[in-house]
Design a protein around this ligand. Sequence first.
Ligand code: PMP
Length: 396
Amino acid sequence: MSSKVLDKFLKENLNDLKEKGLYNVIDPLESANGPIIKIGGKELINLSSNNYLGLATNEELIKACNEATTKYGVGAGAVRTINGTLDIHIKLEEKLASFKHTESAIVFQSGFNCNAGAIQAVMDKNDAILSDELNHASIIDGCRLSRAKIIRYNHSDMNDLRQKAKEAKESGLYNKIMIITDGVFSMDGDIAKLPEIVKIAEEFDLITYVDDAHGSGVLGKGSGTVKHFGLSDKVDFQIGTLSKAIGVVGGYVAGKKDLIDWLKVRARPFLFSTSLTPGSAAACIKAIDILTESTALHDKLWENGNYLKKGLRELGFNIGNSETPITPCIIGDESKTQEFSKRLYEEGVYAKSIVFPTVPKGTGRVRNMPTAAHTKEILDKALSIYEKVGKDLGIL
Ligand code: PMP
C-alpha cells in the first residue's frame, strides 16, 4: 500500500502544475535526434536539440562506438576507482586536456555530475561562491551541495560582481571565494564576460569556474569560450559536457594537473557512480579527433545560425541579442508563446516554448537551436512556417 501523505502530495501538486500550464509533457522521438525527427508518426523539422554539430548521428562516431562495444562490452562494470577505468577513459581525458589547452582533464558521466562533484570537492561551509543569477540548475545544485555561502550577482553585471567580490573579500569571513558562470547562457545565447571576470578574480584572488556546456564546439574554433577569449591559462575550472556539440553523453573538467588529481580523490560522482560506457567514451574520442582535424562542422553551424537569425529578423521577429547560434524568438506573453510553439508543431517545426519561471515573466520565447546538420532547404522551410504562424497569430 502506498503512503497516503505521498499520494495527496503528488495529486495536489501535479494538478496544480497542470492547471497553471506548467506540466511538461515529454514527447518520445521515434527517430534519431537529427535535423528531421519523427514524433507520433509525424515528421518535424527539429530546432530543439543541443546536437550543435550533428555528431549524434555521425557515422564515424557510430562506428567507433560499435567497435568499442564489441571490444569492451556495453558497460564499464564499476566505478572508476574500483575497476571501471578503461584505457579509453584515460585516452579521452588526454584528448580533452589537449582540446582545452590544459594540463589535465577528468571525465564524469554527465555535465550535471561535473557540477554536482567538482564544486563541493573544493568549496565548503567556510567559503563563498559568487554565482551569475542565470547559471544553469546543475551549477545551483552543485553550489548548494558544497554548503558554501552563495552570493548571486546580476546577470553579467560586472559592477555588481566586482562590488560583491570586494565585500566578500573584505569581510574576512571566507577562506576561499569562487566565481562561477556559464560560458554561454542557453536561454539568450549571450557570452559571459570572461575577460572582466578574470580581471576581478585576479584583483581579489578568486577561483574561476566556467561551465562551457554551450560554448564548447561552438566558440574558440571549437575549443570553447575560454579559448575564444585567449584565457586558457587564467581559468581554474573549465567544465564541459559531451552531450551537446560532442553529440554523445558525459561531462568533464579540464584544468591544472593538481586540480584534476584532487577531483579524482574527492569528486563524489566520480568516486561513487559507474563510469561512462565504453561505446560512449570511444565515440567522444572520435568526435574530438574530428573537431581537432577540421573546423568544417563549426563553420557550418555558424553559417546556419546566421542564416536562421537573418531570416527570422527579416520576417520581423524579435530574436534578442544572441551572440551564438542559439536563436530565441521572443514572443513575450506566456500563453501566446505556448500557442505559437504548438502551432509551429502542427505546421511541422519542433521548437520548444520557454516561459517563466525558466526565463523572466513577459519574455516567453520559442528557442531555436540550428545545427551543422541542417540544410538551407530545411531552414527555408522552417522560416516559411514561422512566417505563416506569425501572421496567423498576429505577431507579424
Ligand atoms: N551545464 C549547463 C550550462 C547546461 O546547459 C547543461 C545541460 N542543459 C548541463 C550543465 C548538464 O549537462 P549534461 O546534459 O551533460 O548533464
